[in-house]
Design a protein around this ligand. Structure first.
Ligand code: FAD
Length: 476
């Protein structure tokens, strides 16, 4: 049986191992850390890419279809709450500018359900989005918030009650863009992999070098203090922002960008309501950069502010040079990733993030810093820093390089890898595009229990390992 080495256990590597393991291949997944999916975070599914005004509609459509696929593969990782999109008064954009794209996405979603009814994972297509005038929001302000919001109007109530309506333009948009819980995904993927006997997971194992040997590769790795070697027929490089290092081991040349970013974990002690995500649009990199208010259970909120002193960093975006495929991040970022953040920095940036959001949500102003940020470096293949829908590239017949920018692209990525493995006759044509596998019988409670413990063991509140709305039926 063909032996596949997967280097890096982020969402790309974990999905590759799960998928190919279920197709019966002999998989070894190497991860240098002690658990899966512990690299840069994700909290948005991006089912339509509506957070990104700057990308073309075609990319939004791709993200929509990819997100539907991801949601079906990892249903236990999705928080089924919608996203409200607000345009601040100070911003040059207008809500109407979003409308054409929303209609295109709604039709795409509608058509995809007609093609395959199992694609109906974002609710009814006629409810994919809804607009609210100022008058309608003023009426919702007088309503009681719901313990379990069911309609788009219900979801809008905490926004109507708490957002300063004098700071934003109308109409407000609410769209079925859901949350993605990285701890739940890590937990479910790890438990599932455990039950696939032909998939081996080597944690705390770092790949040090790879040597090409005719049709195979010799992978040299450090595990439990020992230096070991093993031969493989196929390599999947899923080393995330360090993919260039693996490319360099084999002298493969690939241009890429690497960007370091952070999102901040805060607690709004007096908040008892279930919120949708709220996005306040803004121009990236300016002091008015987009603000993202991402809800978790128990009053925790994750914040992004697309300014240089909150989520983005001066010199945080770097590209590779002619001599190496690995972009070199400044050592201060590598220290944050491999060692830790300094406490002063955590407090300073988290407080700036709170300030960035509380100019729109005044009641949020007294919120606390709850933990260190969720942070990391991500790769973007090529040289376009705005690219969001990317998946995989190849060198020859036996080397795949995972290049997802958004987690939702991993099923498109694996489909293309399967195509290559079919060409090598490691898999059959019937395996192409496969979505249904034998039930691995992992209980949701087990996934949540491990997810919460992962969150805690990585230094975050346990609540971040839970989802507010774990079932679509509870959303609409
Ligand atoms: C602040 C922030 C917010 C984000 N928000 C979102 C979001 O809301 N939605 C979204 O979809 N995306 C989001 N992203 C992007 C997303 O996090 C990444 O695109 C995604 O995690 C990439 O996954 P990956 O598996 O390719 O890489 P990674 O998760 O980086 O995984 C690579 C793995 O390889 C391992 N590794 C590296 N070298 C070796 C080696 N030599 N030997 C063994 N193991 C090795 C690493 O330890 C790591 O675990 C965000 C990114 C950031 C920074």
């Amino acid at each position: 049986m063909a032996k596949i080495a997967i280097i890096g256990g982020g969402v790309a590597g974990a999905t590759s191992a799960l998928y190919l393991g279920q197709l019966g291949l002999d998989i070894t997944l190497f991860e240098k850390k002690d658990s899966l999916v512990s690299g840069p975070p994700f909290c948005h599914l991006h089912a339509g890419g509506n957070l990104y005004r700057e990308i073309p509609n075609s990319e939004c459509i791709t993200l929509l279809h990819q997100s539907i696929d991801l949601l079906k593969f990892y249903p236990y990782a999705v928080d089924f709450r919608p996203t409200v999109i607000a345009i601040p008064l100070e911003d040059e954009g207008n809500p109407e500018d979003l409308l054409a794209r929303l209609k295109i996405l709604q039709k795409e979603y509608h058509d995809s359900i007609l093609k395959d009814p199992s694609n109906k994972v974002l609710g009814n297509s006629d409810q994919y989005f809804k607009l609210f005038s100022k008058e309608e929001v003023e009426i919702l302000k007088t309503k009681e918030t719901k313990a379990l919001p069911k309609t788009l109007d219900d979801w809008m109530i905490p926004v109507a009650k708490n957002v300063n309506l004098e700071t934003i333009k109308f109409p407000l948009v609410i769209v079925q863009e859901y949350g993605l819980n990285l701890f739940a995904l890590a937990s479910g993927a790890a438990l599932s992999l455990d039950s696939i006997p032909n998939s081996k997971l080597y944690t705390n194992t770092k790949v040090m070098d790879i040597i090409k040997d005719d049709e195979s590769y010799i992978v040299q790795y450090n595990k439990d203090g020992k230096s070991l070697k093993e031969s493989f027929d196929y390599i999947i490089n899923s080393a995330g922002f360090r993919s260039g290092k693996i490319d360099d081991m084999l002298s493969f040349k690939r241009d890429r960008l690497v960007e370091f970013k952070a999102a901040y974990v805060t607690k709004w002690n007096s908040c008892k309501d279930i919120w949708p995500e709220v996005v306040f649009h803004g121009t990236r990199g300016t002091p008015q950069g987009m603000g993202q208010f991402t809800p978790y259970p128990d009053g925790y909120f994750q914040l992004h502010g697309m300014t240089k002193d909150i989520t983005l960093f001066d010199k945080g975006l770097v590209k590779n040079n002619n001599l190496s495929s690995q972009p070199q991040l400044d050592q201060k970022f590598i220290d944050k990733i491999d060692k830790q953040w300094n406490e002063e920095d955590v407090i300073k940036r988290s407080k700036l993030a709170i300030k960035h959001l509380c100019k729109f949500i005044p009641g949020f102003c007294g919120s606390e810093v709850a933990s260190k940020p969720l942070f990391g470096a991500q790769q973007i293949p090529g040289t376009n820093k705005e690219l969001r829908a990317a998946d995989v590239s190849f060198e020859g017949d036996r080397y795949a390089r995972c290049e997802v920018v958004k987690a939702s692209s991993v099923l498109t990525m694996i489909d293309q890898i399967v195509l290559k493995l079919v060409a090598l006759r490691y898999l059959n044509k019937e395996d192409l595009g496969k979505r249904k596998f034998k039930d691995l019988d992992i209980k949701l409670e087990e996934i949540e229990k491990y997810s919460r413990s992962l969150s805690q063991s990585r230094g975050y509140p346990q609540s971040l390992g839970s989802r507010n709305i774990p079932n679509l039926q509870d959303n609409i």
